[in-house]
Design a protein around this ligand. Structure first.
Ligand code: FE2
Length: 425
């Protein structure tokens, strides 16, 4: 039942005449009212008043963006101690190995919160970040757990225990990832293609599922982030997800080798994946720059089969992955940049495909993070929404539209004026 406003009980916020975007519609002109942190009422013309009334006629009201894959512990470190000159993933890992020797709690927290503020101002209110747990003090993890607490009044952060150097790549790494679970990481991570042998990669996946079950956590594995067409750990993840019946709690991130598999193998694998509910995250900004570095020509795009996975009904979301770090020195944290790159790299230029890329940074991301129950602009749900200076999804992506208002947990968190141009002929 809608929660009506009375003269004694005005709403906190009313948004007037925005186009309210649903997961599968184009948005009708609607009023949305907020009270006590919840969406209180939605109707074509709401009666009543509010402490804050926002006229958003012709603008888009959308649930917030979901950043389903970022590394906040390394964000804003580009050039420290040196720039990645080859542009490869592996030089990035080497530079990070040096930089992480002098991490401190304050260093990580400061950079992570600065990045989250930058993202929240651009409409991102749900974030899953990886924290490197290959370093014995677990400073990055501790810092991000503290950040999770520090930002919880305006942004929801999930932290993944991510063994950047492999669970079996160092003697203490296995114990460190388990300690990360005890400390309260939300998600178990992994990197099977970077374990020392194929066998250890397979064993690491078994260990990840064991930890997820023991501590009742989600799974998000950096899986086959390499151009090697023989990197085939996704099939192992699918097999474990089927056996343990926990597909919707499992995510395969990057899976760039999928773009290099021969079609006979890829189609067989797609069939296996349809028996799971495994989520996929592609990071097109990063992988279009990192992958294909050993190719001459033709040069591969190095991004997973986003369009085909989506066409098969699998849940695909998109992440930024890096913002100014050893792997990617660019980035602003804007999810419309990510969606736009997916449209280009994955050749998703049909109208339904462009709309799907928008959904990959909103609803699909919420599904990946297992937060669907609290996500969406619906009466009774927590009042998290954004207003975009755009007519529809296509317009938002094409122009990287300004996020005019960000409402988080019932409060106006950020507002941005669209740039204005003055033409002087
Ligand atoms: Fe990543």
């Amino acid at each position: 039942m809608p929660d009506h406003s009375t003269p004694d009980q005005p709403y906190d916020i009313i948004l007037r005449q925005g186009r309210l975007l649903g997961a599968s519609d184009r948005g009708e002109a609607t009023d949305v009212a907020i009270r006590a942190g919840k969406i209180a009422a939605i109707a074509p013309h709401l009666k009543g008043t509010a402490a804050l009334e926002l006229e958003v006629s012709g603008q888009l009201i959308s649930p917030p963006f979901v950043e389903s894959h970022i590394h906040l512990d390394s964000a804003l470190t580009a050039g420290e101690p040196r720039w990645n000159q080859s542009g490869t993933l592996f030089e990035g890992i080497e530079i990070w190995r040096e930089r992480k020797q002098n991490l401190s709690l304050e260093d990580v927290k400061k950079r992570a919160i600065a990045t989250l503020r930058q993202q929240a101002a651009q409409g991102v209110l749900f974030v899953r970040s990886h924290a490197d747990v290959s370093e014995s003090s677990l400073t990055a993890l501790q810092a991000l757990l503290e950040v999770r607490e520090a930002v919880k009044d305006w942004l929801t952060l999930q932290v993944v225990a991510f063994p950047q150097d492999g669970i079996y790549g160092g003697k203490k790494n296995d114990a460190l990832i388990e300690e990360a679970m005890r400390m309260g990481a939300d998600v178990v991570g992994g990197i099977p293609h970077y374990e020392l042998t194929r066998e250890e990669g397979v064993r690491s996946i078994e260990r990840i599922f064991e930890l997820a079950q023991k501590y009742d956590r989600l799974i998000d594995i950096h899986c086959d982030e390499i151009d090697d067409d023989q990197s085939r750990f996704l099939e192992v993840v699918a097999a474990w997800a089927i056996r343990q019946d926990m597909g919707s709690r499992v995510t395969a991130s990057h899976t760039t080798a999928f773009g290099s598999y021969n079609n006979a193998y890829a189609f067989k694998l797609l069939g296996f994946l349809q028996r799971t509910e495994v989520n996929f995250i592609a990071n097109p900004l990063i992988n279009i720059t990192l992958q294909g570095r050993t190719d001459t020509y033709p040069k591969r795009r190095g991004v997973t089969r986003v369009k085909e996975l989506w066409q098969q009904g699998l849940n695909v979301s998109l992440g930024h992955d890096c913002v100014q770090d050893p792997w990617y020195s660019l980035g602003t944290g804007n999810m419309l940049d990510v969606a736009s790159m997916a449209v280009h790299v994955c050749q998703m230029t049909g109208t339904a495909e462009i709309d799907a890329c928008y959904n990959m940074v909103t609803w699909h991301g919420a599904k990946t993070l297992n937060i669907e129950h609290a996500y969406g602009v619906e009466v009774g749900k927590p009042a998290n929404l954004i207003v975009l200076d755009a007519a529809d999804r296509y317009d938002a992506i094409r122009r990287r539209a300004t996020v005019r208002y960000v409402v988080s947990q019932g409060k106006l968190l950020a507002e941005t004026e669209p740039p204005r141009m003055k033409w002087n002929p």
